[in-house]
Design a protein around this ligand. Structure first.
Ligand code: WT7
Length: 628
């Protein structure tokens, strides 16, 4: 492994003393130590703040690499996200403020959200949906998306949400793998004033997907699109006349809550499985502890529900703590580059959780946009998805945070379900470093044999003890689940390279596998390669990620053409379009290079690192395994 030294010098920012006073659980060092010495007590205390129909027999049953958390316990996550608040003091508190792409608004109190969820849950029951059935979502950024997610959890069905920017092949693959009985979609998604037809993508995706019995369509535009009565059903006609009361299905702590697909090193995405009890405890804990969400906050997470950030920190975590959540369809640059800051001022946003790629875009256009608005309501800033590079950190801290707000750069994954490494509110911050493991999380940086590496040396980031919201399986693929735990015995291998400084602060350097992170989205090289090879002109392809100031990485594809085809701008555009239509716009290569051969090992494996080095004009490193 490449153990070269990394420059770890960074300024230290000490948060305002008012933040240091904030301690829900007490001082970090003490709480951390206690959490590691007695993890079961630590997690049990947190779980005890939530409502359970029956308490657990054991906090943790650890049969490596399988964990059962809160075994024997019974619960429903929606009872904690809804009933608990409605029955207590948050009945008429605002749960969701939604802002549409065109600026229109809809507001739901906890009581209203609760009723809508129960009504839709009754609609799902009427269709014969039962506990354990999979429901696939392909929905735009509208309140009905959240209502349907919660309704699904209420009756114990398993949601598998597909980001509505994915193409029909990606959607098809996920519907088939999860054997979804039902697809919930909408006529269109609206982005930057433009309508994007979702329904026709679903139409394509369900061809040869025999599990699908019905499609529910939320129609938001007029004239209404036509539906085919044999299979398709309007969102509102489904719930018409349904009762506003639906008791929650009582779930075992280890029953599935959802499957969320993420890109891996092969062409097939992995269905990450999360279960009810542990996931609830993990997302509740981190929403409260890392973000310090209080009743007076207006919390805005800019992620789409289709990503894990949306699942954990737009829906379940903030609702579990009873937050007021701003939920917005708005893109950061439409109608102009001030719209997000206008919203912060207008809604009085106090906690803003966003992604480095958005911050870098704002940086590019300068301070004049945010400076037009009053951002004084803000008290905490958050970042997620990829490393928050020091330049972006400094800008976010100075321009948005007015050189006093804490920035929580949260490192975690679809697989971890919750935040794992960050500087929690009140801790000193170092630009470029995500921070330290939060209490309850045992993280380390090790060499290929699993020995901890010394501060300043690069290594693999691993997690050394189970945590409640860890994934429980890869759907239909036990082997790929075990793979996470086999690389370094006893550890969960994350797939990221990282380095630690003397104080234990962790800097994430990048992926150690062939996953490319573009604007915070995971793209599997192999997925893009197979989409390209699927085109009639392509015989072979290799896809690499090249660092980019704005998006983190850009996708560059090397393509060997079949006999009879010649490369050129026309074919380049055609191939890009082909990838856009099969996988979606986020997976589209920025550049395509037509080549005669690809660097391979003697065993035939494409050496993507050689291509990357060539592209960046740097030393490719060891070439001894290169075939030619
Ligand atoms: C991968 C996980 C967690 C929700 C969004 C992405 C990278 C994520 C950070 C961060 C550096 C980060 C890692 C990780 N990543 N957050 N704060 N600093 N890198 O979830 O799609 O499962 O991707 O995103 O490489 O392994 P995901």
């Amino acid at each position: 492994m490449n153990e070269e030294k990394v420059n770890l010098k960074a300024p230290v920012y000490i948060p305002d003393s008012s933040y240091r006073d904030y301690r829900w659980m007490g001082d970090y060092e003490t709480v951390y130590r206690e959490s590691v010495e007695n993890p079961e007590k630590f997690w049990e205390d947190i779980a005890g703040e939530l409502e359970w129909d029956k308490k657990w027999d054991n906090v943790l049953e650890w049969d490596y690499p399988d964990a059962r958390w809160f075994s024997g316990a019974k619960l429903n996550i929606t009872a904690n996200c809804l009933d608990r608040h409605v029955n207590n003091s948050r009945k008429n508190k605002v749960a969701i403020i939604w802002r549409g792409d065109d600026g229109c608004e809809r507001v739901f109190t906890y009581r209203q959200l609760f009723r809508e969820v129960m009504r839709f849950a009754n609609g799902l029951k009427k269709l014969g949906i039962k506990k354990g059935d999979r429901i696939c979502f392909y929905m735009p950024f509208v309140p009905e998306h959240i209502i349907a997610i919660l309704a699904c959890a209420r009756i114990g069905a398993v949601h598998t949400i597909v980001y509505a920017g994915f193409g029909s092949d990606s959607l098809h693959q996920r519907i088939v793998d999860s054997e979804a009985k039902l697809v919930i979609t909408a006529d269109v998604s609206i982005r930057r004033g433009k309508r994007i037809d979702l329904k026709s993508i679903v139409d394509e995706a369900i061809v040869n997907a025999p599990s699908v019995e019905r499609i529910i369509v939320y129609r938001r535009t007029k004239p209404e699109i036509e539906l085919y009565a044999e299979m398709e059903l309007d969102y509102y006609s489904l719930i018409k006349g349904e009762s506003f009361h639906c008791d929650p299905e009582i779930m075992d702590a280890e029953d599935p809550l959802f499957i969320l697909y993420t890109s891996g090193t092969t062409g097939v995405p992995k269905g990450i499985l999360h279960t009810c009890g542990g996931y609830m405890v993990g997302t509740y804990y981190t929403s409260k502890y890392v973000f310090d969400i209080k009743d007076s906050d207006v919390y805005w997470c800019t992620a789409d529900p289709g990503w894990i950030t949306g699942h954990s920190y737009l829906v379940y975590g903030p609702l579990a703590v009873g937050a007021t959540i701003l939920f917005s369809e708005t893109t950061p640059d439409y109608p102009d580059l001030g719209v997000w800051w206008e919203m912060v001022e207008d809604f009085g946003v106090t906690i803003l959780y966003t992604a480095p790629t958005a911050i870098r875009m704002f940086m590019k256009y300068g301070e004049s946009w945010p400076d037009k608005y009053n951002l004084e309501s803000l008290r905490i800033l958050g970042s997620v998805g990829e490393p928050l590079n020091p330049e972006a950190f400094e800008w976010f801290y100075r321009v948005i945070g007015k050189s006093k707000l804490p920035i929580v750069d949260t490192w975690w994954q679809t697989e971890t379900g919750m935040h794992m490494i960050t500087t929690i509110v009140g801790q000193p911050m170092k630009p470029g470093f995500a921070g330290k493991p939060i209490p309850g999380v045992v993280a380390d940086i090790v060499d290929n044999e699993g020995n901890p590496v010394e501060p300043g040396k690069k290594g693999k980031l691993v997690i050394k003890a189970p945590w409640p919201s860890m994934m429980r399986d890869v759907w239909n693929n036990r082997e790929r689940y075990e793979h996470y735990w086999n690389d370094i015995p006893g550890c969960y291998t994350v797939g990221d390279m990282a380095v630690k400084d003397k104080d234990g602060y962790i800097m994430i350097i990048g992926r150690s596998d062939d996953v490319i992170i573009v604007s915070g989205h995971n793209i599997g090289s192999a997925e893009v390669e197979s989409a390209l090879v699927d085109h009639k002109a392509v015989s072979e392809s290799a896809v690499v990620g090249i660092p980019d100031d704005l998006k983190g990485n850009l996708i560059v594809a090397y393509v060997i053409l079949k006999e009879g085809f010649t490369g050129g701008e026309k074919l380049e555009n055609e191939l890009k379009y082909h990838v856009r239509m099969t996988l979606g716009p986020i997976s589209m290569p920025s550049d395509i290079r037509f080549v005669q051969s690809l660097p391979k090992t003697r065993s035939g494996k494409i050496m993507r690192r050689v291509l990357r080095a060539q592209e960046m004009g740097v030393d490719p490193g060891d070439l001894s395994t290169l075939e030619d």
